[in-house]
Design a protein around this ligand. Structure first.
Ligand code: CDT
Length: 338
């Protein structure tokens, strides 16, 4: 990689990124078989001289929130949780994933890995870790926006029980100086929310890494099904452009245990343009040379936040006591009165 310090000389700051899309992982696929697939993609990334390889959300197991895996009552998780617990990692690196960390260090390549995390004190998170060229975890992110439902809903063809199996992140969206850039992470449903990108944009993010598992069938409103691919790129391209950042969106796609999921892994420039896109729905590495200085072209012009933003006009976004402009101004504004 050809890097300079932020705001240094005129050498381009380039980060070669690999987006490592995965095809389906079956319910009975062992961790070591999955890690072998990840290793193959990591090595391919090294052959292409990538600095960083990004894997999807929950990259070590099948997307288990599609099943009710405990007693399934209205309350919290209860009963026999043997299978459920088997999908979580109690430590990272774990015994099964150590090979990935060792290989990254040997190849001097970074990676980002999504997995289900069960902490020693019993908290369950949908987690991403960023690993540097030395095979060390430099940053951890826990999913902020948890979609789906809390209790078993038998009317659905398949469940989306993320809200039963994962807690919301207590930490939020941080950015990290790593691999020569300013890097942030988000997971799946997070990508649909403009605040995800803006909170990191305000911290100067230059590349947002986003893994996803997106079923092509959305039970609460099937009219959205044909738009799944459009919405996927719409939100990531908008997030990139409006914040002057690279976005790397990485799918676990294909038909997994009978459920079809979106592929369409993409690397998106700060212009909002897609510069690389997967063409299959299986394991596939796509790569791009990302000029991190391209971010400044947007951050210093049209999206010069310090110059043009009006945060005092946005209080309804974060202040739960204001629900309308009338609340903000303490009265109804004349032109709103009838
Ligand atoms: N994994 C994940 O967050 N998937 C959601 C599905 C939404 S439907 C409950 C997504 O936003 O793609």
């Amino acid at each position: 990689m050809n890097t300079t310090s932020h705001g240094g000389d005129h050498q381009p700051r380039e980060l070669w990124v690999g987006a490592a899309q995965l095809g389906p992982i079956t319910r009975d696929e062992s961790r070591s078989d999955v890690v072998d697939r990840l290793l193959a993609l990591l090595r391919q990334g090294a052959e292409y001289r990538c600095d960083l390889v990004v894997f999807p959300e929950l990259a070590l197991t099948t997307f288990f929130p599609r099943w009710i895996l405990d007693d399934g009552g209205d309350g919290p998780i209860s009963g026999d949780t043997t299978e459920l617990d088997s999908y979580y990692e109690l430590e990272m690196p774990s015994r099964a994933t150590q090979a990935l960390f060792d290989e990254a260090k040997r190849l001097a390549i970074g990676f980002c890995l999504g997995y289900a995390e069960l902490t020693p004190d019993g908290h369950r998170y949908n987690t991403y870790v960023l690993v540097d060229r030395l095979g060390e975890i430099t940053a951890k992110y826990r999913k902020v926006h948890i979609p789906g439902h809390e209790a078993h809903e038998p009317w659905r063809k398949f469940q989306h029980l993320e809200r039963r199996y994962f807690e919301e992140s207590p930490d939020g969206f941080e950015v990290h100086d790593a691999l020569g850039g300013r890097i942030g992470m988000a997971i799946c449903n997070d990508r649909r929310w403009p605040e995800t990108y803006r909170v990191m944009g305000l911290q100067g993010v230059e590349m947002v890494l986003i893994g996803y598992n997106t079923p092509l069938s959305y039970a609460p409103d099937p009219s959205q099904n044909p738009l799944a691919a459009f919405h996927n790129h719409l939100v990531m391209q908008a997030g990139a452009y409006q914040n002057g950042t690279w976005v790397v969106g990485v799918a676990k796609g294909g038909i997994e245990e009978g459920v079809e999921s979106l592929a369409q892994t993409a690397i998106i420039a700060p212009s909002g343009q897609i510069v690389a896109q997967a063409t299959t729905i299986g394991d596939e590495l796509i790569t791009a040379r990302c000029d991190l200085d391209m971010c400044e072209r947007y951050k210093k012009t049209l999206f010069d936040f310090d110059r043009y933003r009006r945060p005092e006009m946005y209080s309804v976004i974060t202040d739960p006591t204001t629900r309308s402009l009338a609340d903000v101004h303490g009265r109804a504004r004349p032109d709103f009165e009838h």
